[in-house]
Ligand binder design. Structure first.
Ligand code: AP5
Length: 213
């Protein structure tokens, strides 16, 4: 899953995981778990994340390599790769695992909509699900996978402050968007309109994946 901050990668990955039985590997989630656990990796990553900057390639590549070595056959990467060196490293890792990359789903959303989404996002500390105070509000009927029905523990991320959002969008444009060309050349890039209702975006992704090479 590829796309700028707030494009809906985590939201849609959650649905793909549920419906296709995939293992979901999200670098942002893994880094936040490392920060919460107070590990050395988390301490190094935290200052970059809070400012909205990318964590150094060597740190993220080492981290994802460890996860891929124990991943089952079918997995979904969310938020990785985000730079050309990460994309090149992923090719090597997938080659070693004999696990070809099937599709890169890129969600396309304009910046003013991204700012609205990030500014109104609430996440569950327990199950990790993402909600939005206007477009996808948490309700008492929502089941928390960890705490049970209606028992999500909601919070807003430190990097969803306006200054960090601006840095994240600028970093996406300079460092991450060039990765799109890398995958377009390989014929695995699927561009999806990420605007509109959550169900509509999901239907577009499923339709595109059904016909992906
Ligand atoms: P990460 O956690 O991956 O953050 P991100 O890429 O900035 O993406 P987000 O999680 O903010 O957005 P999303 O696209 O998942 O959107 P969501 O579904 O939540 O990374 C955080 C940090 O970790 C990075 O800044 C960096 O420091 C570090 N990092 C991570 N990976 C790295 C890497 N590979 N290399 C280096 N550093 C790395 O949706 C957002 C909101 O919009 C939600 O409220 C949702 O409910 C709402 N929404 C979703 N879809 C719609 C819709 N269709 N209509 C209306 N609202 C919607």
């Amino acid at each position: 899953m590829f796309g700028p901050p707030g494009a809906g990668k985590g939201t849609q990955a959650e649905r793909l995981k549920r419906d296709l039985g995939l293992t979901h590997l999200a670098t942002g989630d893994i880094l936040r778990q490392e920060v919460a656990a107070g590990t050395a990796l988390g301490a190094e990553a935290k200052r970059f994340m809070n400012e909205g900057k990318l964590v150094p390639d060597a740190v993220v590549i080492g981290m994802i390599r460890g996860r891929l070595e124990c991943a089952p056959d079918d997995f979904l990467l969310d938020g990785f790769p985000r730079t050309l060196p990460q994309a090149e490293a992923l090719d090597v890792m997938l080659g070693e695992l004999d696990a070809p990359l099937q599709a890169v789903v890129s969600l396309v959303v304009p910046n003013d909509e991204l700012e609205r989404r990030l500014g109104g996002r609430w996440l569950c500390r327990a199950c990790g699900r993402s909600y939005h105070e206007v477009s996808n509000p948490h309700t008492p009927r929502d089941d928390c996978e960890a705490n049970g029905p209606g028992a999500c523990d909601l919070y807003q991320r430190d990097d969803d402050r306006p200054e960090a959002i601006a840095t994240r969008l600028a970093t996406y444009a300079t460092d991450t968007a060039p990765v799109l060309g890398y995958y377009a050349e390989r014929g695995v890039l699927v561009q999806i309109d990420g605007t509109g209702a959550l169900d509509d975006v999901y239907a577009r992704i499923r339709a595109a994946l059904a016909t992906a090479p």
